[in-house]
Design a protein around this ligand. Structure first.
Ligand SMILES: [Zn+2]
Length: 192
């Protein structure tokens, strides 16, 4: 099953080899919003093809990434609302037995160049979180991260939490820094 979700993006690019019938309806909704409100507008803004290298993660992917030497986050937006078991006492205290507040994210490689795309976004960044004042539309992301690991680089882009949560709830529980840069494979992040 690989139909278009927007003009330039396929459902299979968002869910990989997962079966969409296994996905909770909230997860499907978050991925739809990500494609329609973030990925397609960015594609139009960059004016070049975007390769999606990673989008939906299954909670078990966390352990796979860990074993491969990556630095995955349990609270990553890649889980798109799926319940991820918390393991540390600190996470249990803050979130309970499961973290369920991820809002959907994708790692993308624009064909025009990752650094060029990042610079283009930063040039027209608004002052309200990670918003991009593209000439035709305003693109609202939750977070944009420029990531580099060895010779590969990509952009991490997420839905804004307001896609499903009220402003009050967002202010209470979300403390995401909107623009970040990491050039050491996710070990350290630098605020931009
Ligand atoms: Zn990512």
């Amino acid at each position: 099953m690989s139909h278009h979700v927007t003009q330039n993006f396929f459902w299979s690019e968002l869910i990989g080899n997962k079966d969409s019938d296994d996905l909770p309806v909230l997860t499907r909704y978050l991925l739809l919003r990500l494609a329609e409100d973030v990925l397609q507008p960015l594609r139009n803004f960059f004016g070049c093809k975007i390769r999606v290298t990673n989008c939906l993660r299954w909670p078990s992917d966390y352990y796979v990434l860990l074993s491969r030497g990556w630095n995955p986050s349990l609270t990553s937006d890649h889980y798109a609302g799926l319940a991820v078991p918390t393991t540390t006492p600190e996470h249990k205290k803050r979130f309970g037995a499961y973290y369920t507040q991820s809002v959907g994210a994708a790692d993308i490689v624009p064909e025009c160049g990752v650094e060029k795309a990042w610079d283009a976004m930063r040039d027209v960044a608004g002052c309200n979180g990670a918003e991009i004042m593209a000439h035709k539309s305003r693109i609202v992301c939750g977070q944009v991260i420029y990531e580099r690991s060895g010779t590969s680089e990509w952009l991490h882009v997420s839905n804004p939490p307001s896609v499903v949560f009220s402003n009050e709830w967002v202010n209470l529980t979300f403390h995401r820094r909107p623009w970040l840069k990491s050039v050491d494979g996710g070990n350290t992040y630098q605020e931009v």
